[in-house]
Write a protein that binds this ligand. Sequence first.
Ligand SMILES: [Zn+2]
Length: 119
Amino acid sequence: MDINITAIERSIQLFAGPVIVIFGVMVAMWALSSGANSESKMVANIARGIWDMARWPLLAACVGGVVWFLWRAWQLYRWETGALDGGCMNCAGTMSHRSGKHGDYSVCNMCGSKREGHH
Ligand SMILES: [Zn+2]
């Protein structure tokens, strides 16, 4: 069996952020809805109160996570088909801009190669 570890690592790197956001929203919604149906009136009231305040931010976070996920998937698709023209010298992937001890640098989202400065 031939497993492409690099592609798996790349997928994790690309999709971990959005997946964590979407998963976090799901866990929060599950916790609030099971709290709202709690037999303890106090817990149910608190959960409903939090839900009233948090439903729109939660919904926004969920939509944001999905959009982020689709954006990353779109980038990956374009990169795989060669249409993406990113700053990476290695593979033309998109670069993330970071700041480190030795100044600004960029990390490739696709292959992980680093370069000095922002590209
Ligand atoms: Zn690269």
